[in-house]
Design a protein around this ligand. Structure first.
Ligand code: SF4
Length: 496
């Protein structure tokens, strides 16, 4: 399998990875179907609003320090950037940097542009971004409106590139192209792979590209890698264009999140021969051990990794045993992106918790390296067959499910969902930081966070007394997957 780096557009996940957003069943069934190539997307007779892939593309690219974005779209399409800006400023504050805002301009497409074409306002927007931000690269992100009217973005950006003398790079992330918002990560990485990352001038086998989001755990990764004689180079957020250009010179690429890093990691391997480490996510002891073992085997550091795993695991096992005593048997529901969801289910099992349902916001039947996700295969190989579902953050489904399953804890990663579990009175932990539960020390500190969340649920309890949920009693009397058509076109009618 290979990623098509000849085209200016990334192929969307539905086509590339057979990804789906509708499923209800069990982890064994889901993984079997994914591995045998017969997975099907179930449709819904009713859907709520969900996210758009342009948010992922813009959120990620806007955190490159010396680049700018021109979003060729109606103004509403850029509203998500407020969240990306808050996240960008938080990332700068944890680095003790002076905080600045993301560098983005929206072309404010209106009726006139959609009728007569948007090339004029796109040119104006790019020139304005060049003058205002003095960037090394300008990314032009597309939208449903610019895609539908057929503005010739490739030609316009090509002409502007000659005029301004810097790369002007199209990023095709129209919301209607894909139901899966993570396709936006791929669109962003496609732009970097095809237009920004340069062929290697030097070789640095000791450097490992670490693909991440905000990167609060950089010190811990640096500490662990230091014991192996390796140096992490974190990206893409908070990197400069100059640093990104040199990603081809590293000894390997690894990611904190399989959903995020697969396209860039595999693209670097395919184009420049930099090996991409396909492992479990480094959350929990089993996860970090697998992450480091696979990294060690790619870089010939097997002995060093073995020694490190022994030392670190022995160091934390007694404390982990105490945490397990407190969390053992607690019922938990997980709702996250696919890699985080299936990796966190394993992590919660390490704490001895009873995962009664796992939801992922989409599911990739395969990853770009060709196999079914390791985290799903791991869970499917266990005795217990966990009930799982897939839905693009359809809150009506999730709230209904929570009202029936009544877990002791909900673990989410997105505020748009986690807040509703809290409003239902359920203790909720939102894992917005990708380094929560990272590695050995993180597994211990996250365990205490879960214990605290269960021990003191006053916030959720008090909120639930004062808040009326936006759904009718009728809806809560239905089965959670009432609107989900299963493969034969039949509605699901039971939780079992
Ligand atoms: S690109 Fe399309 S789906 Fe995304 S915010 Fe704009 S109109 Fe909505």
């Amino acid at each position: 399998m290979s990623i098509n780096l000849k085209s200016s557009q990334a192929v969307i996940r539905e086509k590339r990875l057979k990804s789906i957003v509708g499923y209800k069943g069990s982890i064994k069934d889901l993984t079997n179907k994914a591995q045998s190539g017969c997975i099907k997307n179930s449709l819904r007779g009713f859907t709520q609003a969900t996210n758009c892939s342009s948010g992922c593309a813009q959120g990620h690219l806007s955190s490159i320090l010396d680049a700018a974005i021109v979003n060729h779209a109606p103004i509403g399409c850029v509203s998500e950037i407020a969240g990306a800006n808050a996240s960008f400023r938080w990332g700068q504050s944890i680095r003790n940097w002076e905080r600045k805002n993301v560098q983005i301009i929206n072309t404010n497409m209106s009726e006139g542009a959609t009728v007569f074409g948007g090339s004029k306002i796109l040119r104006e927007g790019v020139r304005k971004a060049f003058k205002r931000f003095n960037p090394k690269v300008i990314f032009v992100t597309t939208s449903c409106a610019s895609g539908i009217i057929g503005d010739d973005i490739d030609s316009i950006t090509g002409e502007l590139e000659e005029e301004l003398g810097i790369p002007i790079v199209p990023v095709y992330c129209e919301g209607f192209r894909s139901q899966i918002w993570a396709s936006g990560f791929d669109a962003a990485f496609h732009a970097l792979l095809t237009r920004v990352i340069k062929p290697p001038k030097e070789s640095h086998p000791e450097i490992v590209n670490v693909i991440q989001f905000n990167g609060s755990g950089r010190d811990e990764v640096t500490r662990i890698f230091g014991k192996l004689g390796l140096v992490p180079r974190f990206g893409i957020p908070y990197s400069t264009i100059g640093q990104i250009e040199k990603m081809s010179e590293a000894g390997a690429t690894i990611s904190v999140c399989g959903t995020l890093g697969g396209y860039l990691g595999n693209g670097l391997q395919q184009k420049y021969g930099v090996p991409y480490v396909t492992a479990l996510q480094p959350h929990g002891i089993f996860g970090v051990n697998d992450w480091l073992t696979k990294l060690g085997s790619v870089l010939g550091k097997e002995k060093e990794v073995e020694k490190l795993i022994k030392e670190e695991t022995e160091r934390i096992l007694p404390e982990l045993a105490e945490i397990r005593e407190k969390l053992k048997g607690k019922k938990v529901v997980v709702g996250m992106g696919p890699s985080f969801s299936h990796n966190y289910i394993r992590l919660l099992q390490e704490y001895g918790m009873d995962v009664v349902w796992g939801i992922s916001w989409h599911y990739d039947a395969q990853h770009d390296h060709g196999g079914c996700p390791n985290c799903s295969k791991y869970l499917a190989g266990e005795d217990q067959d966990i009930p799982v579902s897939v839905g693009d953050q359809q809150n009506h489904e999730v709230l209904n499910l929570l009202s029936k399953v009544k877990p002791d804890l909900f673990i989410g990663r997105h505020p748009g969902m986690s807040v509703w579990a809290t409003k239902m009175g359920i203790p909720t932990v939102m894992v917005s930081d990708e380094y929560s539960a990272f590695g050995y020390n993180g597994t211990i500190s996250f365990g205490y966070r879960l214990i605290d969340a269960i021990a003191n649920n006053n916030l959720a309890r008090n909120l639930s007394k004062k808040i009326k949920l936006p759904y009718t009693d009728w809806w809560f009397e239905q089965e959670p997957f009432h609107f989900l058509e299963q493969e034969e076109g039949k509605k699901t009618d039971s939780l079992a």
